[in-house]
Design a protein around this ligand. Structure first.
Ligand code: NDP
Length: 243
């Protein structure tokens, strides 16, 4: 059987790296991305050697159209058309809205939301021709309920949730499914800003009593990738019962 092709953005570490690893384990050929080149190349080498899979490293900013357009061209040339797009790249920003600069707002929106539009657009062009494909967006519970001192982040993820539902409707006639995973607190670099006391306080708030692991997110992504075509337009919350 021809291997399926997946493109995972923001996959040098954290959730994206765990998703790439899980997909490699089940035989996908991969294209992975992050802005930094060195850790990305290292991750690509590690994945291809461990799982005997093809793993193409595509360093660049997914908030920039020229990069995204060139990336999809390269994937098609070197691996083939994309079967699964995982829009995972993201950044967080904690601070009062009144202190947020327009430059910060634009950077957060470009990374977390514009990237999802751009990657979905160039990917859907390929998927529509083949009448099949899956798009999975990594979102946040803050996109569902909003967080104090995370206005831009919450707005970007709320946008991802709405975009997920809109694209699911637009692309369903082309047999393309679009879903999102709204994560709670996952144990990655993104949460290294919390000290031990803050971490314990957060864990006490979460009914499961702990942060989620990137591997648990990867498991949900794989389930969505393998789900029947009738499952589309859903934002699945994965937060240990927190929100
Ligand atoms: P990490 O900070 O661990 O990893 C983020 C990844 O995205 C890195 O590979 C980073 O590499 C890459 N990245 C950041 N900006 C860009 C960009 N402009 N273009 C390309 N790649 C980029 O974060 P997580 O793994 O925790 O987060 C992954 C996703 O999950 C994000 O969308 C985040 O919002 C979401 N999420 C995470 C939660 C958590 O608690 N951890 C909770 C809810 C949602 P580099 O810096 O080299 O570009």
């Amino acid at each position: 059987m021809t291997p399926k092709i997946a493109f995972i953005t923001g996959a040098s570490r954290g959730i994206g790296a765990a998703v790439a690893e899980r997909l490699a384990q089940v035989g996908y050929h991969l294209a992975i991305n992050s802005r930094s080149e060195e850790p990305l190349n290292k991750k690509a080498k590690e994945l291809s050697e461990t799982y005997h899979t093809v793993c193409l490293a595509l360093p660049g900013d997914v908030g920039e159209e020229a990069f995204v357009k060139a990336a999809f061209y390269k994937i098609k040339q070197q691996l083939g058309p994309v079967d699964l797009l995982v829009n995972n790249a993201g950044i967080s920003h904690i601070g009062l809205m009144t202190d947020l600069t327009l430059a910060d707002w634009n950077r957060i929106l470009a990374t977390n939301l514009t990237s999802v539009f751009l990657c979905s657009k160039y990917c859907a062009n390929q998927m529509i021709l083949r009448k099949k494909g899956k798009i999975i967006n990594i979102s946040s519970v803050w996109g569902n309920v909003g967080a104090s001192c995370e206005a831009a982040y919450s707005a970007s993820k709320g946008g991802v949730n709405a975009l997920t539902k809109a694209l699911a409707k637009e692309l369903a006639p082309s047999n393309i499914q679009v879903n999102a995973v709204a994560c709670g607190t996952i144990d990655t670099d993104m949460n290294r800003c919390f000290d031990e006391g803050e971490r314990c306080a957060l864990e006490e708030e979460i009914p499961c009593g702990r942060f989620g692991s990137p591997q648990e997110v990867a498991e949900v992504v794989l389930s969505l990738a393998e789900a029947p075509a009738y499952l589309t337009g859903q934002v699945i919350t994965l937060d240990g019962g927190w929100t």
